[in-house]
Write a protein that binds this ligand. Structure first.
Ligand code: BGC
Length: 348
């Protein structure tokens, strides 16, 4: 189903598509490819919206910390907003102090995507397309991006990303859903239990740019190899947690880059009985514990979002890869196709 959600200041119509399959319901906006609502049942079959969002387009345009949005051209930060590729230095839009975050000031979360619904066998979904002109936000090359959201008969939400370029460039696409498995607006996620299949993470400098080190998680608050409540080590005073006001780091997934999505994380809310499983082809995942939610934004149910009221699990290549030769490469050349897949499942 397609309906009018609102209009941008210049009159552009923003549409909202509703999808349902296998017990999962979602609503997606043409603006930013935003997942505006994602509903799953709890252990008693009661539905709740488990992703933070707004019910007015104006709020997404002016105040959203990327709620539910597609992120591009580059997920997470590029240090000092610059990188050098084949001898040429590129300067990006700096939207986070001197750094460039999530594609710059007007990234893929702020563009109006072309949206085509589809049905294929037992799958339903949306095909989102966007062409980013050469030089947009400082990135070289015309980037033609296609993102497919599929809801499967099992109720899985699968994202397939693809992109091509006409000049050498870098690309790192992801999605920025803020999860609260007890329902948006229901309070803290500190009691959610998280598992991440990673023995190392990438520590950051005070500006949240990776130092380049791949540090072991053993004996640190960053060890999520066994299920752990998110709040358990949050107040330990670990310098990396103090600098980021919580978790806001990239985990080095043990499996590395894979041709097919492999399971990397499980999030469980003991109270509601809801579980989210994440599988991906990507080598990294940013776990962000909602540190910068500060009680100034109000969700669709009229409840304010405070620090730690949601978390993000953003599958990706590592932040600032263009400036770290030993990180897996994010370079895309003409003639190649960037591909990435992430599957979110909601086992009962
Ligand atoms: C980043 C955070 C940032 C958040 C929302 C996350 O992906 O790692 O530092 O505050 O997105 O902007």
């Amino acid at each position: 189903m397609k309906e009018l959600f609102g209009r941008l200041a210049d009159g552009t119509e923003i549409h909202r598509w509703s999808l349902e399959n296998g017990g999962t319901r979602m609503k997606v906006l043409s603006y930013g490819g935003i997942v505006q609502c994602l509903e799953t049942p709890d252990r008693h079959g009661r539905y709740a919206n488990i992703s933070l969002g707004f019910d007015r387009i104006e709020d997404y345009v002016t105040s959203s910390p990327y709620f539910g949005a597609l992120i591009g051209r580059y997920g997470n930060r590029i240090g000092k907003g610059r990188f050098t590729l084949d001898g040429e230095t590129h300067r990006l839009s700096a939207d986070d102090g001197e750094n460039s975050l999530h594609g710059g000031e007007a990234g893929f979360d702020k563009v109006v995507w072309e949206v085509e619904p589809f049905q294929r066998g037992t799958d339903v979904g949306l095909r989102l397309s966007h062409t980013s002109p050469d030089g947009e936000m400082g990135y070289p090359g015309t980037l033609t991006a296609q993102v497919t959201y599929t809801l499967t008969a099992e109720g899985d939400w699968r994202i397939d990303y693809a992109a091509t370029t006409d000049k050498v460039t870098v690309v790192n696409l992801t999605n920025h859903v803020y999860w609260n498995l007890a329902g948006e607006g229901s309070g803290t996620i500190e009691h959610h239990e998280l598992t991440i299949a990673a023995a190392r993470f990438t520590p950051t400098d005070p500006g949240l740019i990776p130092t380049g080190e791949l540090a072991p998680v053993t004996g640190t608050p960053f060890d999520f190899r066994a299920p752990k409540p998110i709040g358990r080590d949050l107040r330990t005073g670990h310098p990396q947690l103090l600098a980021a006001q919580g978790y806001d780091h990239n985990w080095v997934l043990e499996k590395g880059i894979t041709a097919e999505p492999e399971a990397v994380a499980t999030l469980r809310d003991p109270a509601s009985g809801r579980t989210l499983r994440v599988a991906t082809t990507e080598p990294g995942m940013q776990f962000y514990s909602g540190n910068f939610l500060d009680g100034t934004l109000v969700g669709p149910a009229g409840r304010a979002y405070r620090q730690g009221d949601a978390l993000c699990l953003e599958t990706q290549h590592y932040p600032d890869s263009p400036n770290h030769a030993h990180f897996p490469s994010t370079v895309l050349r003409p003639g190649e196709t960037y591909r990435s897949t992430t599957v979110h499942s909601f086992p009962a």
